[in-house]
Design a protein around this ligand. Structure first.
Ligand code: XMP
Ligand code: MG
Length: 182
């Protein structure tokens, strides 16, 4: 039998995620002109299922997929600053492009702020942010997503890309776990 005893509460169902992706694809298609390129930028690794689901719902067939990895480290100083390191970037040319950043979860906001500033510094034409989950209570920097799937209270969640120790990314729902059972 599939082990599911670590699930305390299902916060977002797979059906709700699919419905959001469908709406988001349609919103992006109406935001950008048909002649304009749309580059989806998946922030690895957590946004991979989000990108894969979103891709299914476009009617146009020229969506560009790129990937980058952003890792945050707590600073060494007494005040933890959370330094974000951007690596494994597949997006060679940033200048003049319409980039939609796909993030699994917007928490303190540091990761997205760093990714957005990096793209802006390299001359992106437009930068939009789409996050599957938003935890606004935890924000420490001034950043807002243009598209938000689900706003949740300050709970640690896993599933649909979100991991605990690299596991549980393949759960189809987003859930609150019993930490001691993970
Ligand atoms: P910031 O704080 O930069 O962080 O907005 C975003 C990244 O933090 C991770 N994160 C979580 N991962 N469950 C997770 O599995 C959570 O509840 C959670 N909250 C934050 C995640 O990697 C995200 O990209
Ligand atoms: Mg992430």
């Amino acid at each position: 039998m599939t082990k599911r005893d670590f699930i305390k509460e299902v916060l977002v169902t797979h059906e709700e995620i699919v419905a959001f992706c469908k709406t988001l694809a349609s919103n992006l298609e109406s935001t950008f002109d048909e002649k304009d390129e749309i580059v989806l930028l998946c922030v690895l690794k957590g946004s991979l299922p989000f990108m894969a689901e979103l891709l299914k719902h476009f009617t146009r067939s020229d969506i560009v997929c790129e990937f980058l990895r952003a890792s945050s480290y707590e600073g060494q100083s007494t005040e933890s600053k959370g330094i974000v390191d951007i690596s494994c970037n597949t997006l060679d040319v940033i200048e003049g492009r319409n980039i939609v950043i796909l993030e699994d979860i917007l928490d303190t906001g540091r990761t997205l702020q760093a990714v957005r500033d990096y793209l802006a510094a390299k001359g992106a034409k437009t930068i939009k942010i789409a996050t599957l989950v938003d935890k606004p209570e935890r924000r420490v920097v001034n950043i807002k997503a243009d598209y938000i799937g689900f706003t949740i209270p300050d709970h640690f969640v896993v599933g649909f890309g979100l991991d605990f120790d690299e596991k549980y990314r393949n759960l189809q729902d987003i859930i609150i776990p019993y930490p001691e059972k993970l």
